[in-house]
Design a protein around this ligand. Structure first.
Ligand SMILES: N[C@@H](CCC(=O)N[C@@H](CSC=O)C(=O)NCC(=O)O)C(=O)O
Length: 274
């Protein structure tokens, strides 16, 4: 693993790393923030999964999580949103291909050669983190924004032993009924829609459930509300009697200004549970 950069931040360390992934068959980049408490021993860790068009860098520079993580003694990890590189399949549209991995393992060509973000994160990056950083493997939580909120909800429900706390910012919550989902699932998973349900947070909650609680923030002035379908996920939370805090935030849009405004609450949510 190669260290690309290192910066001091709120008394801790923000580093960027590149490594060869056996799951995505290419070089992957991620960032890690270690709080001052990590100097004394392993700390819990919050993963932040970013949205469409993002790299590891967007949340690292715009979400404002490091100050809160330093205070709560929480490490942060910012993975990339897809495999990347010249030999990696791509599309001209911003919402398919590089920067739009949708946190799943593609089964269809040409995507299946590299697009394996679900197993990259849960089977490979999780081990890279605990093997190379003072991070406690038994105390990890996950959050994310938009496509990354979809990733957080789906990956936590499928891996409750890995991710022990859960929240999301404006997640793509019902992708099988949205143009942020149907197009990508058809490309990555094929046109047989029966394979899609396992990647839809609303359907997965009804099918598999989430035994802990979940925090969701959603801006009411979000320009993508029709694509996100928070209404469907909120209904499923009530139907399945899942413990939750669902906050509809008046006036907030889909941007990192929204995320940064509520990041402190999300970091505290995870710190209290880890
Ligand atoms: N039309 C925009 C869409 C891209 C966009 O808004 N991306 C969001 C995530 S949307 C859901 O996953 C984002 O986080 N952008 C990066 C940022 O730093 O704000 C476009 O063409 O870019």
């Amino acid at each position: 693993m190669e260290q690309v950069s290192e910066s001091r931040s709120f008394g801790g360390r923000l580093t960027v790393h590149r490594h060869r992934s056996g799951k995505t068959n290419c070089e992957m980049t991620f960032a890690v923030y270690l709080p001052p408490a990590a100097k004394k021993g392993p700390v819990p860790c919050l993963w932040f999964l970013s949205g469409l068009t993002c790299t590891h860098e967007n949340a690292m520079t715009k979400a404002g999580a490091q100050a809160h993580a330093a205070r709560h003694g929480l490490a942060l990890v910012f993975p990339d949103t897809s495999p990347r590189g010249e030999g990696v399949a791509n599309d001209e549209a911003y919402d398919l291909g590089q920067g739009a991995g949708f946190y799943l393992d593609a089964s269809e060509a040409p995507w299946s050669q590299h697009f394996a973000m679900a197993s990259y994160l849960t089977d490979e990056l999780a081990d890279v983190l605990t093997g190379n950083f003072p991070i406690d493997s038994a105390r990890m939580g996950v959050t994310g924004h938009s496509m990354g909120g979809h990733g957080a909800l789906v990956l936590a429900m499928k891996n409750p032993d890995l991710f022990r706390s859960l929240s999301a910012f404006a997640p793509i919550a019902h992708p099988t009924k949205s143009d942020w989902g149907r197009k990508q699932f058809a490309a990555y998973l094929g046109t047989d829609e029966s394979a899609w349900a396992a990647h839809d947070a609303t359907l997965l909650l009804r099918e598999r459930g989430w035994a802990r609680d979940v925090l969701i923030d959603q801006g009411l002035n979000d320009e993508f509300l029709d694509l996100l379908r928070p209404d469907a996920f909120a209904a499923a939370l009530v139907e399945t009697r899942t413990a939750h805090v669902f906050r509809a935030q008046e006036g907030y849009d889909h941007s990192y200004n929204f995320i940064a405004s509520f990041m402190e609450d999300h970091v505290r949510w995870h710190a209290d549970r880890l």
